[in-house]
Design a protein around this ligand. Structure first.
Ligand SMILES: [Zn+2]
Ligand SMILES: [Zn+2]
Length: 165
């Protein structure tokens, strides 16, 4: 088990996220502006679970002046286009890559906010079996495990402190 890595490996895709987004916008009669292209490039540069305010801060720190309204609207469009997925964690909403990324589930540490990804065939089998029993055709699911990660457990465990003496 690759339990130590927080993220999965991306899939190989033929069209870049920017190309996908351009197509999506064209169908809607909208243009891929420089601002939007910059946002897509920035977002797809690395895989992480981020919220809108974090993205605004990130862009600002990187020297890009993009308004909050543009960021929020572009994020909504990217979700609609199937490029990003909205993720409801315990105490916040986050976004992550959907396009070019394998389907997966999450563990969320409520102590340090770390988000760990995993894939489990057992969960997929269960999802399909439950769906079949209800005559349901599944298009997706959400499975979130909340709790305390190993690092936080170690840091807060009294037994651990005794071990160190
Ligand atoms: Zn933690
Ligand atoms: Zn994820």
């Amino acid at each position: 088990m690759e339990a130590q890595r927080d993220h999965l490996a991306p899939l190989v895709v033929s069209d870049s996220p920017v190309e996908k987004f351009r197509e999506f916008l064209e169908i809607r009669g909208e243009k891929l502006t420089d601002r939007r292209r910059l946002l897509v490039d920035h977002i797809f540069n690395s895989h992480k679970h981020f919220d809108a305010d974090e993205l605004v801060r990130d862009l600002h720190d990187a020297g890009h002046g993009v308004s909050r309204a543009t960021v929020y609207r572009t994020l909504r469009l990217l979700v609609e286009a199937g490029l990003l997925r909205e993720l409801r964690l315990t105490n916040r909403s986050a976004y992550e890559h959907d396009y070019g990324y394998p389907a997966h589930d999450h563990l969320h540490c409520t102590s340090c906010n770390r988000v760990v990804e995993f894939r489990n065939d057992e969960i997929l089998r269960l999802r399909d079996a439950i769906s079949a029993a209800h005559g349901f055709r599944p298009s997706g699911h959400r499975f979130l495990i909340t709790g305390v990660c190993a690092a936080c457990s170690r840091a807060h465990s009294p037994r651990r402190r005794l071990d160190l003496i």
